[in-house]
Write a protein that binds this ligand. Sequence first.
Ligand code: GLU
Length: 241
Amino acid sequence: MCGISGIAGLSNISRVLTDSIRQLEYRGYDSCGIAVINEDGKIEVKKNIGAVDHVSTQEDFASLKGTVGIAHTRWATHGEVTRENTHPHTCCKSEFTLVHNGIISNYNQLKEMLTAKGHKFISQTDTEAIVHLVEEEYKKTKDAEKAFTNALQKVDGTFAVVMLTVHEPDKIFCAKNESPLILGIGDESNYIGSDFNAFINHTKNAVILDDWEYAIVTNDRYTIKHISSAEVIEKEITKIT
Ligand code: GLU
């Protein structure tokens, strides 16, 4: 288990993301990290081992500036508790970065295939295979959304994944299969979390994703689709009481 958070549309994003994963620490807390698309349109990541309060001070999470970001507090399943294994994980060219809750059961085969194609892995996690797979699919499709869903269709196992990309810097891509993932719908900002605690201080309007669904989230809209058919799915907003 672990905690996942994503936010589109706030200016003080690193502080809000830090608060958000602090609220999720009960789900796991051996290490944590955050990533934003910075003012130059580049991915910037800060992460390390330890609890949120410790790591956020040590790594100066507050110095990260941007309006779109993701965060994770990890409970390791694959790979030791090290900085390299801490999420977010980023692909070779720093074009995609993502956080993950779950277990990718075919990660060894994926890693072998991707290494043969020239990808360099820096962690021992199962998660890192997803981000290199998205990068590989992007080479073929030149389309971030297609690369994301193509990659997820090649992955076996359980996942809640939240991803940023420099190719669509105002968007967050997220998806789930057998790990929880919820959207929080705000006025001028939207949220993603493992559960309501991730965004309860900002909005009480939530949309619960079902297995094999993905969402594209910006500050002022969200679209939910089916991972294999790309069919748009309309879902009701649930009021958190
Ligand atoms: N399997 C991933 C890892 O070990 C995610 C673990 C989690 O859900 O926190 O990094």
